[in-house]
Design a protein around this ligand. Structure first.
Ligand SMILES: Nc1ncnc2c1ncn2[C@@H]1O[C@H](COP(=O)(O)OP(=O)(O)OP(=O)(O)O)[C@@H](O)[C@H]1O
Ligand SMILES: [Mg+2]
Length: 218
């Protein structure tokens, strides 16, 4: 479809602690805004399942709850963003997670003449997410949803990734959304918050974001 010159598909990040419901909301955002949902965790898990060289390399790291190296993760995202469906817009779930990944993504997008439109932060407290993760461990059998790995992932998140939220807040990109409650209600909160920033899904389902100066979040 033809977009006005000042419009393009949305380029979004979704961030939040393990178990905050990023994957669930990312799938909905992807459908609503017509942008690919790119989850580094899902890509790693698919590789582990298929026993690809990458999968074999990262399995033990992921099972323990540590982060995969920036080098491997950045390369993965670079090649995924080069695929046709991600040229105009995308939603990254679980990336960037370290300061090095933030810089890498900045440079990667700048080299394409692109910039992020918004960073959705799903806010959820630790006790609530632990309960969710225990439930998921039973339902989905994720090998990193053991009690010990969950605790470790929360520590790593707090140490490595939480500080990045301030970076995006300072850039005026952060959209904070309460991640607790019914998933339809959370999805509605996200859509409302994005609409308030001029990021909307048009009638054809395609997404447009105005290249307006960032709006200060409340
Ligand atoms: N950007 C990244 N950098 C380094 N490692 C990553 C990255 N993304 C995913 N991983 C690896 O994959 C694992 C699973 O990531 P994923 O995003 O699926 O889960 P999560 O955020 O811990 O929890 P949830 O699925 O509940 O959102 C991480 O613990 C880490 O080992
Ligand atoms: Mg996830």
């Amino acid at each position: 479809m033809t977009l006005r010159q000042d419009q393009h598909d949305a380029r979004l990040l979704i961030v939040g602690p393990p178990g905050a419901g990023k994957g669930t909301q990312a799938a909905r955002l992807s459908a609503t805004y017509g942008i690919p949902d790119i989850s580094t965790g899902d890509i790693f898990r698919a590789n582990i399942k298929k026993e690809t060289p990458l999968g074999v390399q990262v399995k033990a790291i992921i099972d323990s709850g540590d982060y995969v190296s920036d080098e491997l993760t950045n390369a993965l995202v670079k090649s995924r963003l080069e695929e046709e469906d991600a040229r105009e817009g995308f939603l990254l779930d679980g990336y960037p997670r370290t300061p090095e990944q933030v810089s890498y993504l900045d440079e990667l997008l700048a080299s394409k003449g692109q910039a992020l439109d918004a960073v959705v932060q799903l806010v959820a407290d630790q006790d609530a997410v632990v309960a969710r993760l225990r439930k998921r461990a039973i339902e989905q059998g994720r090998t990193d949803d053991t009690e010990e790995a969950i605790r470790h992932r929360q520590e790593v998140y707090a140490r490595e990734t939480m500080p990045l939220i301030a970076v995006y807040r300072d850039r005026g990109l952060l959209v904070e959304v309460d991640g607790l409650g019914d998933m339809d209600v959370v999805a509605e909160r996200i859509a409302d918050a994005l609409a308030a920033r001029g990021i909307t899904a048009d009638e054809s389902g395609a997404t447009t974001a105005l290249d307006a100066p960032p709006v200060e979040s409340a």
